[in-house]
Write a protein that binds this ligand. Structure first.
Ligand code: AMP
Length: 213
């Protein structure tokens, strides 16, 4: 099963992506996570991407497609994958298709902007595992610590209010073109992301139950 998750930053892709991975045994390929890892490791791609990411801009296509292609070719992704965070532009959607990446469905998470801002600005993550928390909605058992490892949680620079607003504006500039690209291919499915995570999960399962895997 091959999927793309579309939605604004903070629309729930980062919560639902790992959950789909667990349930269906496929890879979760988050371009944001992979880029953050490259930045943390100080790889050449990471060094180039760092400043753009912190400012909430879009990283160069060569770098983004580079990290995606490397990850997708791994054995563990043979059963399928969830691409999360890409495409961010219609050009990236076309490029994905050109390099032979064909998916079964594109899940489009709809969430109003004010909800997105509240979610993003309260979000804390455990870098090593990708587990996410929220000071109001999903607080960790101990403030600032990961529930499983007890390691410190971090707040992403790009979850700060001014950067979130910029990322949302960028998202709105691009999303219409991406949606029409996938609608014309009969792949787009809207998911109401403005509900409790388990309800979003049920909505996703309903869509995925119709796909052979
Ligand atoms: P995310 O975790 O998906 O919100 O991504 C974090 C940051 O990584 C974004 O704000 C961009 O700077 C960069 N990024 C992630 N995916 C892409 C992409 N497909 N194209 C360009 N930049 C990206």
């Amino acid at each position: 099963m091959k999927l793309i998750l579309l939605g604004a930053p903070g629309s729930g892709k980062g919560t639902q992506g790992p959950a789909i991975k667990e349930r269906y045994g496929i890879c979760h390929l988050s371009t944001g996570d992979m880029l953050r890892e490259a930045v943390a490791k100080g790889t050449p791609s990471g060094q180039k991407a760092k400043a753009v990411m912190e400012a909430g801009g879009l990283v160069n296509d060569d770098i983004v497609f580079g990290v995606l292609k490397e990850a997708i070719s791994k054995d563990e992704c043979k059963k399928g994958y969830i691409i999360d965070g890409l495409p961010r532009t219609s050009q990236q959607a076309e490029k994905l298709e050109q390099i032979g990446i064909k998916v079964d469905k594109v899940l489009n998470f709809n969430v109003p902007d004010d909800v997105i801002v509240e979610r993003a600005t309260g979000r804390w993550i455990h870098l090593a595992s990708g587990r996410t928390y929220h000071t109001k909605f999903v607080p960790p058992k101990v403030a600032g610590k990961d529930d499983v490892t007890g390691e410190p949680l971090i707040q992403r620079k790009d979850d700060q209010r001014d950067v979130v607003t910029k990322r949302l504006a960028l998202f709105h500039e691009q999303i219409a073109g991406i949606k029409s690209f996938y609608t014309s291919r009969g792949l787009l499915v809207d998911i109401n992301g403005n509900q409790a995570p388990d309800k979003v999960r049920t909505a996703i399962d309903k869509v995925l139950s119709g796909i052979r895997h």
